[in-house]
Design a protein around this ligand. Structure first.
Ligand SMILES: [Cu+2]
Length: 289
């Protein structure tokens, strides 16, 4: 009797320790069609996932701890049907008719950075804005999030009206981090890397665009902790990261000195907005003593 009592106590403790770490996380996303205002004040059609039924140009980051169960509802408030899929997590897409919703319960057992998006007529709906990230962590370090992407006003208008474009001749004109170009990126506290010497800073990047974006850090090297496309890159220490379309990475930076240093896309057209420098993917990293 004593030994079986101990066994139940042990099982009870094990269950308690697991349930203390793994949370149930409820989240709602709303698909809303509106427009993206560029750094120069022009507007183009844009569709995003939103935290509420109010449109923003920014697809929210869903933040989880390793082992969490996500209970996700996706509401389609657009006038046309959409789809939903999480790359490397859901093996197939679910469709969501206009003004309907889907419920997606998922367990996230592994750390990583995952793109959720609308894969319908890919890359059309993702290009039009429907792509965000889910990050799964096993740490409590300061974290920063970059949803990097490029845009073309003429193409967005063609695609939203069911026209066709030639993806082999793609010359986008705007380049954004979390839907902002320089100088507005610097106002986004989720994007702009700020810390102190010796901190461990974690940067989660998702390329939801259709171009390669080669992000160059001046002043600091970081370590690749995760890449969804190139697991061979794990552990590499670098200052430039070529991030492929629909790739996600996690980079760890431990600053060794104070200072303010530029971070930008090494593809020079991507530091412009409608050909104007430096209104593209350009920000700074700010490290205090
Ligand atoms: Cu550079």
């Amino acid at each position: 009797m004593v030994s079986s009592g101990l066994k139940y106590l042990f099982v009870g403790l094990l269950f308690f320790s697991l349930s203390a770490q793994c949370a149930l996380v409820d989240k709602e996303l709303y698909i809303i069609s509106d427009s993206l205002e560029t750094v120069h004040g022009s507007k183009m059609p844009y569709i995003t996932f939103n935290d509420s039924d109010v449109f923003t140009a920014y697809n929210p980051v869903i933040e989880l701890q390793q082992g969490d169960s996500l209970r996700l509802w996706v509401f389609n408030q657009d006038s046309i049907a959409h789809e939903f899929q999480i790359i490397n997590i859901m093996t197939s897409a679910v469709s969501i008719p206009s003004m309907d919703s889907v419920y997606v319960p998922l367990l996230f057992s592994n750390v990583g950075n995952f793109i959720y998006h609308d894969p319908l007529q890919f890359p059309k709906n993702t290009f039009l804005g429907l792509g965000g990230m889910i990050v799964v962590k096993d740490h409590a370090h300061d974290s920063f999030y970059w949803n990097i992407k490029e845009h073309d006003e003429q193409w967005s208008n063609i695609l939203v009206n069911n026209g066709t474009v030639n993806w082999s001749n793609y010359q986008p004109e705007y380049f954004t981090i979390n839907a902002n170009s320089n100088p507005n990126i610097n106002m986004d506290t989720t994007a702009r890397i700020v810390g102190n010497v010796g901190d461990t800073l974690m940067l989660y990047i998702a390329n939801t665009g259709q171009s390669i974006h080669s992000m160059h850090f001046h002043g600091y090297h970081g370590t690749v902790m995760y890449s969804s496309k190139n697991s061979a890159h794990h552990g590499w220490e670098k200052d430039t990261y070529a991030i492929y379309p629909m790739e996600t990475v996690i980079i760890r930076i431990v600053p060794d000195k104070e200072g303010e240093y530029p971070v930008h896309d090494h593809n020079l057209v991507a530091v412009t907005g409608n050909n104007l420098y430096p209104n593209g993917m350009f920000t700074t990293i700010l490290i205090a003593p």
